[in-house]
Design a protein around this ligand. Structure first.
Ligand SMILES: [Zn+2]
Length: 77
């Protein structure tokens, strides 16, 4: 059973709960029993991979003296 982290917007507190997937979205606050809680995303799921590579490719200047094939894929270099 996974451990989820929730944030209650009524009493502004975070708490962790062991719930099954079916009941992950209808948890209630441990302190005030409010249903106004939202599940927090894990740090790992929020991380994006490969974003640095994408931006660096966009900054590359056009090939000097190339045939315009954009990186030698035509085999003329
Ligand atoms: Zn609460």
């Amino acid at each position: 059973m996974p451990l989820y982290e929730y944030y209650c917007s009524d009493c502004k507190s975070k708490f962790e709960l062991l719930v099954s997937h079916q009941h992950a979205d209808d948890a209630v606050c441990m302190k005030c029993q409010s249903e106004n809680v939202r599940r927090l995303l894990s740090v790992f799921a929020a991380q994006r991979s490969g974003s640095n590579d994408d931006t660096s490719y966009g900054d590359l200047p056009p090939a000097i003296g190339g045939c315009g094939c954009g990186g030698g894929s035509c085999g003329c270099h």
